[in-house]
Design a protein around this ligand. Structure first.
Ligand SMILES: Nc1ncnc2c1ncn2[C@@H]1O[C@H](COP(=O)(O)OP(=O)(O)O)[C@@H](O)[C@H]1O
Ligand SMILES: [Mg+2]
Length: 254
């Protein structure tokens, strides 16, 4: 099982959109995907059209040492979802203890790893503890970067953080950058892209995901971009990005 975290401390860069649509792209190819929503806002479950309030999920692992299997939701063909759970927002109060819980999350996921080809974790924008947990579990991190200048500023800091996490956890973490919300005709976006190509050719996935309205619309219908608008730019881009990630296609290898 490949273990991926979709992570960026910045909000609104397309983490959830990327996690959701990549998972659906892989499931459509017949792969078995386990999605884990580590964001207390629970947007990943909403994207799948799962709107029940009061669901339990990752929160139950942390607070009650619950078994994992009963918490899984059959989100759609080929995808099981471990929802965030309504108490996940309280996780920060576990403080130092929460770090030990990272071992627990990893153990529990190990137990069912054979059932899946891919693990995809959607991470929150600003929880140190939950992102620590995600990194503890992940072997690979996908960093969505939107095409604006500020997004680029946070990136080198984030890469530094990831490198120190590697050292601390004593394991390699493969880092991928995905350019999202790309506006082809905006000069600033082109500049951001040029910089990413220049400085991170071995990390930047080959496809830039364009800004595309159907991508913002499809979650409210509980549909993936492929079901909602098969011929849209968004569907085209996320299909290509899914292959990039599957085969390790970065701009430097193209
Ligand atoms: N390529 C895109 N084109 C248009 N809208 C997008 C695109 N990617 C994301 N969005 C929209 O931008 C907002 C933030 O995206 P989201 O995936 O929720 O970011 P994050 O999880 O990083 O906070 C959402 O409303 C989403 O629908
Ligand atoms: Mg999100």
């Amino acid at each position: 099982m490949r273990r991926l975290a979709i992570l960026n401390h910045k909000g609104g860069v397309g983490k959830t959109t990327t996690c959701f649509n990549l998972a659906c792209a892989y499931a459509d190819q017949g792969l078995k995907v386990l999605c884990v929503d580590l964001d207390p806002q629970g947007h990943l479950a909403l994207s799948f059209g799962i709107t029940e309030a009061g669901l339990s999920g990752v929160d139950s692992l942390f607070f009650d040492d619950a078994d994992l299997s009963p918490l899984l939701i059959d989100a759609r063909e080929g995808i099981d979802l471990l929802p965030a759970g309504y108490r996940l927002g309280e996780i920060e109060r576990l403080a130092a203890q929460g770090r030990n819980k990272a071992q627990l999350l990893r153990q529990r996921l190990d137990e069912i790893a054979d059932d899946y080809d891919l693990l995809m974790m959607d991470c929150p924008p600003n929880s140190g503890l939950l992102n620590f947990n995600a990194l503890f579990v992940a072997d690979e991190v996908v960093i969505p970067v939107s095409g604006d200048y500020l997004a680029l500023q946070g990136l080198s800091q984030l890469l530094k953080t990831l490198r120190s996490a590697e050292r601390f956890m004593n394991k390699p973490i493969r880092m991928w950058i995905a350019l999202t919300r790309f506006t082809v005709r905006r000069r600033l976006a082109q500049q951001v892209r040029d910089k990413l190509i220049r400085y991170f050719p071995d990390k930047l996935l080959a496809t830039a995901v364009r800004e595309n309205a159907p991508l913002a619309e499809c979650p409210s219908f509980g549909k993936s971009i492929f079901d909602y608008s098969r011929r849209s730019n968004g569907a085209q881009d996320y299909r290509a990005l899914a292959d990039d990630l599957l085969y390790g296609r970065v701009v430097g290898s193209a």
